[in-house]
Design a protein around this ligand. Structure first.
Ligand code: AMP
Ligand code: ZN
Length: 108
């Protein structure tokens, strides 16, 4: 979609180093991290937000969230998943924030 920053990242128009990539999903670091690890898990296809995503698309995204939790060692160090929608998001292209470490071991 035109003028969508995450679509431009998906097509390569805006260069971005991916932490994970497959045919459907890309993962990259948030440009403005709120924790030492702040990944964005993003479908390559333009999906406006969670409520319009198909069950298979949601399943695929969360499978990659699980993978990134393990890859970043956040399973043992604490993590939070955030998904903004309904106008609470700045970027109108579905994405999941995965942030950490946090919690008991990290001292909140
Ligand atoms: P949200 O409020 O859920 O829409 O969050 C959008 C997130 O995208 C914010 O945390 C931004 O820091 C992040 N962001 C925006 N542009 C870029 C970019 N070019 N590369 C990486 N992260 C970005
Ligand atoms: Zn888009």
């Amino acid at each position: 979609m035109q003028n969508c920053i995450f679509c431009k990242i998906a097509t390569g128009e805006i260069p971005k180093e991916f932490e994970y990539e497959d045919k459907d999903v890309m993962v990259f670091k948030d440009i403005n991290p709120i924790k030492p690890k702040h990944h964005l898990i993003v479908p390559k296809k333009h999906i406006k937000e969670l409520v319009v995503a198909k069950p298979d698309e949601i399943k695929k995204l969360f499978t990659i969230v699980q993978k990134m939790i393990k890859k970043s060692k956040l399973e043992e160090n604490g993590y939070r998943i955030t998904l903004n929608g309904g106008g609470a998001q700045f970027v109108d292209h579905l994405h999941i924030h995965l942030t950490g470490p946090m919690g008991k071991k990290a001292g909140w």
